[in-house]
Ligand binder design. Sequence first.
Ligand code: FRU
Length: 529
Amino acid sequence: MTICRNLVLCLTITSFLALGCKENKKEGAITNDMEIATDSTSYYKEPYRPQYHFSPEAHWMNDPNGLVFYKDTYHLFYQYYPEDTKWGPMHWGHATSKNLREWTHKPVALEPDSLGYIFSGSAVVDLKNTSGFGSAENPPMVAMFTYHNAEMAEAGRTDYQTQGIAYSLDDGDSWTKYDGNPVVPNIDQGIDFRDPKIFWHEASQKWILILVAGDHAQIYNSTDLKKWNYLSDFGQKIGAHGGVWECPDLFPLKTEAGEEKWVLLISINPGAPNGGSGTQYFVGEFDGKKFTTPQTEEKWIDWGRDNYAGITFNNLPEDRRIFIGWMSNWNYGEQTPTSPWRSAMTLPRKLQLHKKEDYFLSNYPVQAITENLSYKSLQTETSVRIENDSLNQANIQFTLPKPLQDFRIIFTNNAKDSLFIGYSAKLNRFNLDRIGSGKTNFSDKFANRIMTAPAQLQNTDRTAISIFTDQSSIEFFVDQGATVMTAQVFPQKPFTILKIESEEPVKNLKLAPIPSIWKTNYPINKSNL
Ligand code: FRU
C-alpha cells in the first residue's frame, strides 16, 4: 500500500471491521449528535451549512457520481455513507434538479452487496436500448460503478476492485443490479482499478468506457454496455503522478474558433499543486480507440484545495459541458467541523475550451446560479471597505484594468478572522490564504500553507473577478473561470466586512446576496435517514 489515499481507505475499512461499526448501529439510524433538524426554523440552518450548494441532509458524502440529464431533469448521484459523517461502506446517494440550482433529495440509489461497496462511476441513458434492460419506448438509465470488496482487500488480495452495472426503468428512482456483474473483472489490474466513466461515442457508434488503473487510464468499448473490449492505455509518465489516478472523464469541446478537441480529466490524490487532492486535465485527440496529446505541461482545473473528483453530465448537448466537483480534500475531508452532514459539492460549472498560446479550460458557475440575483452597485475606489450582513452568502464582482497590478481582497468579521485573496504582479500569480480564517485546527493539513495559482487570463480589456461565498466556502473566479480557486473556510462568525486594496481603481463593484435553496418547509426524505 504505497499510496496515501489507499492507506486512508484501507485504514478506514480496517477500523470499521475492527470496531464492528456496521453491526453495532441500527440500519439507517443516526446517532444523537447527528440529529437532523426537522422543524422549519432549523432545517439546513446548522452552523456552516451551505445555503445554495448541494449537501446531503445528513452523513458523509464524497465524489459526485452518475451525472446525467434526462427528461428535463439533472441527476446527481454521489458517494454516500448513510451511517456516519466519516467515509464508510459506500452507497450512491441521489438528488435531482430541474435547473442546477435547487435540488430534491431522493432515496439512496445503490447499496453495497455481496460483490462490494459501491464506489464512484457514471450513468447514461441507453436511448436505443442496446443493453436490452428496457424497451424502445422506455429506454433504461444504466449506471456503471466500481465494486470495492472490503473482505477481499482484508484478505490481502489485489483484485478487489471490479466494475458492475445497474439499470433503472423509472427515471432513476429505483435501480436493479445486473446479474452478470462484474462486467469488467479485475485480471491482474492491481489494487486501484476504478471510477468508470461511460458515454456514447457518436462517430464509432459505440459505448466508450474510461477508467483508471493506478497510474494510468484505460479505454474500452462496447455495443451493449455489458461486454467490454479493451482498446488502449493513456497516461503512464504523462502529467502529474504524485498520487493515484482517480475519477477520469473524457469529452469533446470546441474552442471559440470552432476547433474540436477532446479533454481528459484525471483527479489525483495526493499530488495536487497546493497539496492533497486535485484535478488535472489534458487536451488532445480521441479517435474512438485511443486518446493522445502533445501536452507536456501539467494543467489543473482549479488551484484551490477543495475541488476534487469532478466529472461532467452525460446526455447534454455537446456545447453544454457541465461539471460538478466534491468541494473537499482527502487531506482533511473527514475532519471538517460540520454536523450532521459532511461535505458539499462545488457549484455546477460550465466548462469551456480556449486557445491562446496553448489550449486551456475555464470553468464558471452555470447561469442559473446568478440569473435572478439582485445586484447592488457599490463604491468604486482604489481602497474599498464594505460592511454587509450578506457577505457570507453572496456573489461579489468587480473589474480591474489590464495589465493586472497587485491587489488584495480581505474578508473579515468581528471575531478577527481574516481570509485573504490576492494577486502578485511580480510573480504573476493569485494566492488564497485561509491560515487565520477561523476554525482551522481540526487538521494540521487544512491551513498549513497559502494556496497559489499561476494567472491565466483572457484577452479582455479588464480583468473580471467574481467570488461566491456560502457559509463555509469561497469560490474565486478570474475572467469567467480562466483561473479558479475553491476553498472551504470556517470563520468563527460569518464574514461581514470586505476590504479591497488595489494599486488600480476597482470598477463595477457589485454584490448580490444569494438566497437559500433549502426551503424551510422542505419535506424531509425519511428514507435517507
Ligand atoms: C475519489 C475516490 C474514488 C473512489 C471513491 C471511494 O475520491 O477515492 O477513486 O471510487 O473515492 O469513495
